[in-house]
Design a protein around this ligand. Structure first.
Ligand SMILES: Cc1cc2nc3c(=O)[nH]c(=O)nc-3n(C[C@H](O)[C@H](O)[C@H](O)COP(=O)(O)OP(=O)(O)OC[C@H]3O[C@@H](n4cnc5c(N)ncnc54)[C@H](O)[C@@H]3O)c2cc1C
Length: 496
């Protein structure tokens, strides 16, 4: 006889990945437990760059404004060179109707996580800190996990387990999934510090391009802290006390007026580039740093991790709601390839940073990440303009039929799929649970032509948008039947 389930999903790890997945499941009314072995939330600033694509995701989760208000824009970088200080301000291109966010934001990771926990509380859930996953086994029907806390250990039966438990993932190791790659041989220090003697409005950098001499202090807006990043000393264990870091500052900057008064959090680490061989083994999945790790150059880690969870969340909820379990295979198919590319990008940026010439181009924004060729998209032979299946679904300001200003992102916001028709006449499909249908020329107006420009749709064409904001299909009215078949496959069914 099948054993009873205590919950649907156990999420192991309440860092940014686990929290994002929890929000995604909570807003779809999926039962889950979110556990973390640490007695309290992570206190450090480490993943402090929030890229434009992640800002779009945070808008969908309903926390973008709160996250923005918790930090700020990246400050001007001031490099101290033999020829004197050189300031370099970031000059991102202006936002466009299709891409409303172009600036990377600087928000300490502990504040981003706090905003996520607040959102989770609004949805009626909380992370359980001080509870460690100490063992699990799976069978055809579910996963049985052992979870230890101060009050003893419990056995929990769930349908799925997600390892969002960071780079040294217990879940990955227990599964026996290999984590090939290599140490990059770069030892670094990152610390959150209170400092005397420095201007607050710039990111102070010394030793750029001088291997082993790098030292920087970046103000963390929303706090009174700086993030210190430095190459670790070549010899011995780094001294992470205020006195030790003050001595390092003096040695690297040649200044004795920079005093590290207090260390709120500090870590010494060796940079790695590794990618898990598999993201799913039966009913156990890996996400975030548990599946990939890489150097912090280009601020990609946290962003890639929360986008893993954003890709996985709706699929897991759909499968729990009756969609075929094969839908979960598209998670690894889509996200592992993204992580492999990102590993290449961060290694290249590390090389450039060490040569003193790092160029953060469009690729760090993650706006061009997509899933073309994914088995989830409907083939679209011959289409040579506008969006294609797998592409990120662009934003576009539009007006409602009553004349009010709105945006496609506002219409996409939530857990549903969206079918967008472009002046299709009378053609349509029947309503389904979990699908919203919007029609240009019907309930919305392409007043400024932004939908036409961004999507390249002709009158009579339709685009199907996934819950995570990627295009699944583009077709004429004759292809609406294939869109209905795709929706059947992902568990979005007609209402009888
Ligand atoms: C030193 C350093 C600097 C970084 N700098 C940057 C940066 O500048 N920009 C950037 O984008 N990214 C950066 N990153 C990466 C970024 O911090 C990570 O990508 C991000 O934290 C990944 O989130 P996660 O939720 O997957 O893992 P984590 O944040 O590591 O969270 C994993 C959680 O799992 C919990 N856990 C582990 N084992 C168990 C268990 N058995 N049971 C229960 N809970 C468990 C842990 O306590 C932890 O809270 C940096 C990382 C490091 C280590």
């Amino acid at each position: 006889m099948a054993r009873a389930y205590h919950t649907d999903v156990i999420i192991c790890g309440a860092g940014p990945t686990g929290l994002t997945l929890a929000i995604e499941l909570a807003r779809r009314n999926v039962a889950f437990r979110l556990i973390d072995r640490s007695p309290q939330p992570f206190p450090g600033s480490r993943g402090k760059g929030i890229q434009p694509r992640t800002q779009e995701l945070l808008e969908d989760l309903g926390i973008l404004d709160r996250v923005v208000a918790s930090g700020g824009e990246y400050p001007t970088a001031r490099s101290y060179t033999d020829a004197g200080p050189i300031d370099r301000a970031a000059t991102p291109p202006p936002p466009t109707p299709a891409e409303p966010y172009h600036l990377a934001l600087l928000v300490p990771q502990f504040l981003t996580e706090r905003r996520m926990r607040e959102r989770l509380a609004e949805l009626g859930h909380a992370a359980e800190f001080g509870r460690e996953l100490i063992g699990f086994e799976q069978d055809d029907d579910g996963v049985t996990a052992r979870i230890a806390g101060a009050d003893g250990a419990e056995t929990v039966r769930a349908r799925y387990l997600v390892g969002a438990d960071g780079g040294s993932s217990f879940v990955r190791k227990t599964l026996g999934v290999a984590f090939p790659g290599r140490s990059l041989g770069v030892a670094a220090i990152v610390a959150d510090v209170r400092v005397d003697g420095l201007a607050w409005d710039v990111w102070h950098r010394w030793g750029d391009g001088t291997r082993g001499r790098e030292f920087s202090l970046c103000p963390l807006y929303g706090t009174d802290l700086y993030q210190l990043m430095a190459a670790a000393p070549a010899e011995g264990e780094p001294d992470l006390t205020p006195a030790g870091l003050t001595a390092l500052a003096r040695e690297r900057t040649g200044r004795d007026d920079i005093v590290i008064r207090e260390v709120a959090w500090a870590s010494a680490f060796t940079m790695q580039a590794r990618l898990a061989d598999a993201y799913r083994v039966g009913r156990v999945l890996l996400a975030g740093d548990a599946a990939h790790c890489h150097p912090p150059t280009g601020a990609q880690g946290l962003n890639t991790s929360v986008q893993d969870a954003y890709n996985l969340g709706w699929k897991l909820a759909a499968v729990l709601d009756g969609a075929p379990a094969g839908l979960l295979d598209t998670y690894e198919e889509e996200r592992r390839a993204v992580a492999a590319d990102m590993l290449g990008l961060t290694k290249r940026l590390l090389g450039e940073a060490r040569a003193g010439e790092m160029r953060r181009g469009r690729d760090v924004t993650q706006l061009d990440i997509g899933y073309r060729g994914s088995s989830l998209g409907l083939p679209c032979p011959g289409r040579d303009k506008g969006v294609l299946p797998g592409d990120r679904a662009p934003d576009a300001p539009v007006t409602g039929a009553a004349g009010q200003a709105t945006r496609l992102f506002q219409l996409f916001r939530g857990t549903h799929w969206t079918l967008l028709g472009y002046e299709p006449g009378t053609a349509a499909i029947a309503p389904r649970r979990g699908l919203r249908i919007h029609v240009v020329g019907g309930d919305i107006r392409d007043t400024w032509g932004h939908v036409r420009d961004a999507y390249g749709l002709e009158p009579g064409e339709w685009a199907l948008i996934r819950p995570d904001g990627y295009v699944a299909a583009v077709t004429g009215t004759a292809g609406l039947g294939s869109i209905e078949s795709l929706l059947d496959r992902v568990g979005v069914r007609p209402v009888h």
